[in-house]
Design a protein around this ligand. Structure first.
Ligand SMILES: [Zn+2]
Ligand SMILES: [Zn+2]
Length: 364
């Protein structure tokens, strides 16, 4: 049997149970029916707010969940087990300090207000810290001007698409039945990266043979990085050459490209998330520059789709510059406001590799 076909069948078997066949899309915020606007104060991470002021040496009921959160995003160094206690121990304090540095907060090691505010924001599922070392170039911000120093990062080993693969194809999971309007959002997101590099992106109807496979899923969908309903983690993507881009089918995705009203904090701008996740598909990790597309979070109630110089330098160091790129992207207006929450992403490359190797072994 053709190995591609075997791979496809295995993929279908693994992923089919949780494909979100009918993800929610709305042209704008006002079109979201009230019944679909959840009470986000009951969000998965809001419970962390009760830890306000908590510090080393204390014991608080439920603190183990915060350790799991930090573990998911790579901050609990050298700890792989799930036997976390509710003690605010040295490991948690160390994780917290690294997190605070990555997000340009004072590294107090305490659960102060600014830190809690950041912790509960919805985010990309890709880890900030890989193999125990921060991938966000933390620390530079303290001594230099943010705007003059590059904080772009790569995945360990700097994986990238090979130079013979400069025209990448992409396809959507057929079961999602995405409209042309939704597909156009992704097309625009890809253009932002092709505009500055030698890469091109072409949609193909062949999901099996596409280099990049895009799909909306809910809950556990077979890669060990379960989605969590509205907000929380919004999407995640694997490093090259995986090409897997997954989005949470439970989000209220807005596709009109307009500014999202902060009155509906659960609304998420699809293109903003797509541009960020494509950065991961190309090999970029998270950046500690807040304005960069590759910062792990995005302010909800806003739109953030324009590459910054940090993003451009990062991707160009992998693939070179588009000869037509003159130093500025075509989009010059960045629409954002100061209200609302954020998005961010998981540590997928390692598990993705393991999954891929498993499939190869099965095929053999
Ligand atoms: Zn996934
Ligand atoms: Zn991310």
């Amino acid at each position: 049997m053709n190995s591609h076909l075997v791979f496809a069948l295995l993929s279908v078997l693994l992923l089919a149970p949780s494909i979100s066949a009918l993800p929610h899309f709305f042209p704008n915020v006002s079109s979201i029916p009230p019944s679909l606007v959840p009470n986000i104060s009951a969000g998965a991470w809001q419970r962390f707010e009760k830890f306000r002021g908590c510090r080393a040496g204390e014991n608080k009921d439920g603190l183990s969940r915060l350790k799991q959160y930090f573990n998911h995003f790579g901050y609990m160094k050298g700890i792989t087990g799930a036997n976390f206690t509710d003690d605010f121990d040295d490991a948690l304090e160390a994780a917290l300090k690294t997190y605070q540095t990555n997000f340009n907060l004072n590294a107090t090691g305490e659960l102060d207000e600014p830190t809690l505010k950041q912790l509960v924001r919805p985010r990309c599922g890709v880890a900030d810290v890989v193999n125990g070392s921060s991938t966000m170039n933390s620390g530079k911000a303290a001594s230099v001007h943010l705007h003059t120093v590059s904080h772009y990062t790569f995945f360990p080993g700097t994986p990238r698409w090979s130079s013979s693969k400069s025209d990448l194809t992409y396809a959507f999971v057929p079961e999602n039945q995405l409209s042309d309007e939704v597909k156009t959002v992704f097309s625009h997101a890809f253009e932002r990266w092709s505009e500055v590099t030698t890469l091109t992106f072409t949609e193909t109807s062949s999901f099996i043979s596409a280099d990049i496979k895009i799909g909306f899923y809910t809950g556990d969908h077979g890669d060990g990085e379960a989605f969590d309903g509205v907000l929380g983690t919004l999407a995640h993507a694997f490093s090259p050459p995986s090409g897997q881009l997954h989005l949470d089918g439970d989000e209220n995705w807005v596709i009109n490209g307009g500014i999202i009203a902060p009155t509906v904090p659960s609304a998420v701008d699809l293109e903003s998330v797509a541009v960020h996740e494509i950065g991961h598909l190309l090999g970029l990790g998270h950046s500690s520059i807040e304005d960069a597309i590759m910062f792990p979070t995005i302010t909800s109630g806003s739109r953030k789709v324009e590459l910054t110089s940090d993003d451009v330098q990062g991707v160009q160091s992998l693939y070179g510059s588009n000869p037509n790129y003159n130093g500025t992207t075509s989009v010059t207006v960045q629409e954002r406001d100061t209200n609302g929450a954020y998005f961010v992403g998981p540590l997928l490359w390692g598990r993705g590799l393991a999954l891929a190797l498993g499939l190869v072994l099965l095929v053999l």
